[in-house]
Design a protein around this ligand. Structure first.
Ligand code: SF4
Ligand code: MG
Length: 276
């Protein structure tokens, strides 16, 4: 990676040489495009971007963006991202992954990342299924969806990411659609610019294991919601939505957690203490 500070970049400039292996028609291609568009719009130097991902189809995105990337372990991307931000507050830390990774095994990290409100951007590519491991129900799968692994459906109510983020203390909560790439890149720009923990939940079809989700490309309603810092109004919007509205549901100026390393406690002390 070359030093790109001060250069004008296009979305293509943020693509690495690694060719995506996603299935043809997968929504994640549009998320990658929206993310690179947002980075180009903001003209963020590549060496100032840390893209940290978990495990799953969507988490491969860190290999496809030409920036510092870390493909972590399952469900731990937010913990890794928080660690990076703690020691490199100057970097734009973007954490990305899927619904299984972030809301199931990573659920605990999700709650506390919202609560800490560090200045991180969290992109969740939610296709309501575990795609990489061949179509198991995820926390956002509807209870009556029938699959080989759950022939009668799970019977378990769905996780509500936006509602849980609001209750846990996230200061920017948005939903986007892979089918509205322009709107999605706008949301990602807003999320990166926001100071605090930003959740961008993206409905992105898994065309292989949930072909019916292809309808999402057309059925999601375009950006229509203006931000509010009123928690009650935001809760009404979130819980009153059928899940097909996109936009910024909540945005507030809340205290941001950022550890400070001082002369008494430097990064070197930290490294010695933890033998890193
Ligand atoms: Fe995309 Fe689903 Fe294929 Fe994974 S399995 S690449 S989520 S379409
Ligand atoms: Mg998924």
């Amino acid at each position: 990676m070359i030093d790109t500070a001060g250069e004008k970049l296009s979305p293509e400039d943020y693509l690495s040489d690694v060719r995506p292996v996603w299935c043809p028609g997968c929504g994640h291609y549009f998320v990658l495009r929206a993310l690179t568009q947002a980075l180009a719009w903001l003209r963020i130097p590549k060496e100032q971007i840390g893209l940290v991902t978990g495990i799953g189809c969507s988490s491969r995105i860190s290999a496809y963006v030409d920036a510092y990337g870390f493909h972590g372990v399952h469900g731990r991307a937010l913990a890794l991202g928080a660690g990076l931000k703690a020691v490199r507050p100057d970097m734009n830390v973007i954490v990305a992954g899927g619904d299984g990774d972030g809301y199931s095994i990573g659920g605990n990290h999700f709650l506390h990342a919202c609560r800490r409100n560090m200045d991180l951007t969290y992109i969740v590519m939610d296709n309501e299924v575990y795609g990489m491991t061949k179509g198991q129900p995820s926390p956002t799968t509807e209870p009556d969806w029938q699959s080989k692994l759950a022939p009668e459906g799970t019977g378990i109510r769905r996780f509500n990411p936006l509602g849980i983020a609001l209750a846990s203390g996230a200061s920017f909560i948005a939903r986007g659609s892979a089918g509205d790439q322009k709107g999605l890149s706008r949301l990602i720009v807003e999320a990166i610019e926001h100071k605090g923990f930003s959740l961008v939940e993206i409905k992105t079809p898994c065309v292989t294991f949930r072909p019916e989700e292809k309808a999402w490309y057309k059925s999601m309603r375009k950006i229509a919601i203006e931000p509010t810092d009123d928690m009650i109004l935001a809760a009404q919007r979130i819980h009153g939505s059928d899940g097909f509205d996109t936009g910024i549901f909540y945005q507030a100026d809340l205290p941001v957690f950022q550890p400070h390393f001082t002369e008494e406690k430097s990064i070197e002390d930290f490294e010695k203490e933890f033998e890193v």
